[in-house]
Write a protein that binds this ligand. Sequence first.
Ligand code: AHM
Ligand code: MG
Length: 334
Amino acid sequence: MPPRISLTQYLVEKQREKGLIPAELRLLLEVIARACKRIGYAVSRGAIDGVLGEAGSSNVQGEAQKKLDVIANEALLEANEWGGNLAAMASEEMDHPYTIPNRYPKGEFLLLFDPLDGSSNIDVNVSIGTIFSVLRLPEGVAEPQEAHFLQPGTKQLAAGYAVYGPSTLLVLTVGDGVACFTLDKEIGSWWLTVERMSVPEQTREFAINASNARHWHAPVKRYVDELLAGREGPRGVDFNMRWVASMVADVHRILTRGGVFMYPRDNREPDKPGKLRLLYEANPMSFLVEQAGGAATNGHQRIMEIVPAKLHERVAVFLGSKAEVERVTAYHRS
Ligand code: AHM
Ligand code: MG
């Protein structure tokens, strides 16, 4: 067997040989990976450590927080605040950005995360994960504010997610393809297990919460109806449906074997552009999917080109195999 490549070796190569990332970004990514290890451990302890169930609080979006949402958020804050690589952090679970305390040195990066994605799956032992995105603090800014996080996804320097499933995985891009690492729990190392993930252009698999079908807008209805019509319909082939309700798990399946993932805006709350958040869910996933050869739009434009207006902004999401994302986007335009 060829020698295994660790996350550190992978990142050092991106830094030293390819000159793609500065040393500070490499160190930041290693700290994030370490925090994910800790979160994965807490997740795996479950009921033994009494970490399942509600925290009894709610976040800025009015969603009830689970104990593990809070634990994961704290793990990421604690791991990252003292390292000297960050200027500030923003999270799904915090109303406002967290500025690095004055007792620690500050760096030039901004970190955004959804500490535990797929919260509704925590208590039922289904895969959940952590999603993150790294931006640069605009030049000349001494005191980072919320406005400095409002950068389009094209400005991301790195993005990734961890999945806490049968294996604990870390999937990462620094803008040079997408790599997948598997956590070796005995020795605590992340080993490179897929060097270049790629999303096949065509697919026969789609993911959407079909219980919302009656609320969908016409283009989504048309697109899904055509898929459901299968071999007898206009597409002439059968499609299969999968919905984990953890975006990390659904996106991981798409990065592994293709597919299209949709969380559209709908008529339930006409003013709300979908459920998922642009800055720490849709943008990092779009960066990964595009780096793996797929596409990601909100039905009208490339997600990564949207200029955010607020930190917790929501967005409709269509991502995955290129041909399917282009088709459903074309239905929105016509
Ligand atoms: P969360 O960040 O509060 O967990 O919400 C995001 C999750 C996604 O992981 C998933 O795709 C979606 O919500 C599922 O929503 P629904 O329960 O409406 O199917
Ligand atoms: Mg989430």
